[in-house]
Design a binder for this molecule. Structure first.
Ligand SMILES: [Zn+2]
Ligand SMILES: [Zn+2]
Length: 560
């Protein structure tokens, strides 16, 4: 008896957080399964939880274990949370990687950086054309967001049609790229979509989203008023924002300077892909010094307070010899991502000390979001008109709220978390049926480590509690033990160190030296180590209220 065919949805990242998006779709015809991967993102670590970690990526062991069944990777857009892991994962992949033209330039540079094969990157045609891979047909549908060329995907299999929204907002005048196209999306909906897998980022915002083009007049009004230099920072990839800022500079007689490699790269990719047209000439920082201050607009990367970026360097002192001060204005045309508040406020503080007026986007005059708010999600749901909604791109609370609003419209939902295997062919069979390995991989310097390895929890213990190194020389005759000790990151006087050593020696002599009849060389090192750790932990906890990380090194005299 042949089994029923089925469409599977397996998020490896993105369905428990905003970041590291990576979604597997699987078509099971009853005998074989074909898989495709949608997006390959990263997320950024919070130094408090993951000290020293550079990037966080999803665990891709499911992909590695089923490599020959993966027919292609589809990248919806070039934000780091959708494309960033192409540098560090997937050197082994041989499947094609489909994306738009602008996205392809970024994807290639990321893959080259990681030593992978960038020839796998293919430019995808747009819907109504489809790409056929294995049992899947995938169409790229233009959608508005905060980066050029964002796409939703129609994913067709013999048993089901899915619309994977990607990141989107409803913007009818997006400055760059095509406007949100209600007509095409409602046509797609009318042809029948079984399941909508949908962005949940702004589900808690009750107002309609605003268009990118709303900002131009606000920038012009501000630039006119400022007597000195205006420095504006935003996300380097938000080319529409850079274009709006540059146009406002043009309107108010300000020449343009761009500081920061990330931003210059993005502008170059935008020009090369043909997306960024009519962008004004850019002055070098050196030439800019010859221009009167009230005729300059500086675009600077580092809106999230990244310490090495141009904004942070300008706040500290200077960037490539370029400085700002009294009468100048620093504008955040961006939202601070949760977790980055301390870094950003540090920059604000430094700028204020230099006499620079800082304008943060507190009331939406100078920034609009790239994601659909709750009323826009309702519009989108009704355009696509699916039988089933699976929320994605959100923490658990976002996914849950997205479920609530879909249910209020009478649409069935399925809540799927990272690692779940969900069948989503239609609303009647929708269910989570299995689990696969999922988790997080950390880029630590240039090494990838598994979250489960415990390295970061060790590092956190060092960070919060300090380190105690103890070397023990074991003798067969009294004194049985000789110690050397070193304390790092722990407040301890010379007397206190002596006190620790005396206590350790007494306790060890009592518990091992005197009470154990066995010869000391028969005592296993692990037992001795456990005993030393127990004694020190107990003593230090009672004396200083902390349990430092304890590193123990045991030496034994040669026994003749
Ligand atoms: Zn995005
Ligand atoms: Zn995203």
């Amino acid at each position: 008896m042949s089994k029923e065919n089925n469409l599977l949805f397996i998020p490896l990242g993105g369905c428990s957080e905003i970041g590291m998006n990576m979604y597997v779709y699987g078509y099971d015809d009853g005998n074989n399964i074909d898989y495709i991967l949608v997006d390959a993102g990263v997320t950024f670590p919070n130094p408090e939880y993951n000290p020293g970690v550079d990037l966080i990526m999803p665990d891709t062991s499911f992909v590695e274990d089923n490599l020959s069944k993966f027919k292609a990777i589809f990248i919806t857009h070039a934000h780091e949370d959708h494309i960033g892991s192409l540098t560090h994962l997937f050197e082994y992949i041989e499947a094609p990687i489909y994306c738009g033209k602008f996205t392809s330039l970024i994807a290639k540079s990321k893959i080259d950086k990681g030593g992978g094969n960038s020839n796998l990157v293919k430019i995808a045609p747009h819907y109504p054309k489809f790409i056929k891979v294995g049992s899947f047909k995938v169409g790229f549908v233009n959608i508005s967001h905060s980066i050029p060329e964002a796409s939703g995907l129609i994913i067709e299999t013999p048993c089901s049609r899915v619309f994977h929204s990607g990141d989107f907002k409803i913007d009818y005048s997006p400055v760059l790229g095509k406007p949100f196209n209600k007509k095409i999306l409602s046509e797609i909906g009318k042809k029948g979509i079984n399941t909508l897998v949908c962005d949940s980022t702004n589900v808690f915002n009750d107002h309609h989203g605003r268009s990118e083009s709303n900002l131009f007049d606000n920038f012009v009004n501000l630039f006119k008023k400022v007597k000195g230099i205006v420095v504006a920072t935003t996300f380097a990839s938000n080319l529409a924002r850079l274009k709006t800022l540059a146009s406002a500079a043009d309107r108010t007689g300000r020449s343009l300077v761009v500081l920061g490699r990330a931003m210059n790269n993005m502008i170059n990719y935008g020009k090369e892909s043909g997306i960024l047209k009519d962008f004004p000439d850019i002055l070098s920082p050196r030439d800019a010094k010859l221009v009167p201050k009230n005729h300059l607009l500086v675009l600077a990367s580092g809106s999230q307070g990244e310490p090495r970026a141009a904004s942070a360097q300008l706040a500290r002192e200077s960037y490539m010899g370029f400085t700002i001060g009294k009468n100048d204005v620093f504008l955040f045309s961006s939202k601070t991502i949760p977790g980055n508040e301390i870094r950003v406020s540090y920059i604000v503080d430094q700028l204020e000390r230099r006499g620079v007026e800082v304008i943060e986007d507190k009331n939406g005059l100078y920034h609009v979001s790239g994601h659909a708010n709750k009323p826009d999600l309702n519009i989108f749901h009704s355009l696509i008109s699916p039988d089933l909604i699976v929320p994605m791109h959100g923490e658990y609370r976002h996914l849950k709220e997205h479920e609530r609003i879909a249910k209020q419209s009478g649409i069935q939902t399925l809540l799927v978390e990272n690692g779940d295997v969900a069948q989503i062919s239609n609303s009647s069979n929708a269910a989570v049926i299995d689990k696969v390995d999922s988790g997080r991989i950390f880029l630590d310097g240039s090494v990838l480590i598994d979250e489960q390895e415990g390295i970061i929890s060790e590092r956190k213990k060092l960070m919060y509690n300090g380190l105690l190194n103890v070397s023990i020389l074991v003798n067969e005759i009294k004194p049985y033990f000789n110690f050397e000790m070193d304390l790092i990151g722990i407040s301890a006087t010379v007397d206190f160190k002596k006190e620790i050593l005396i206590h350790l020696e007494n306790e060890l002599n009592y518990s091992i030296g005197n009470n154990k009849p066995k010869k000391l060389h028969n005592i296993e090192s692990y037992y001795l180590e456990a005993e030393v750790r127990r004694i020190l932990n107990k003593f230090l906890k009672s004396e200083i209220g902390k349990k430092p990380h304890i590193s123990i090194c045991i030496h034994r005299m040669d026994i003749i």
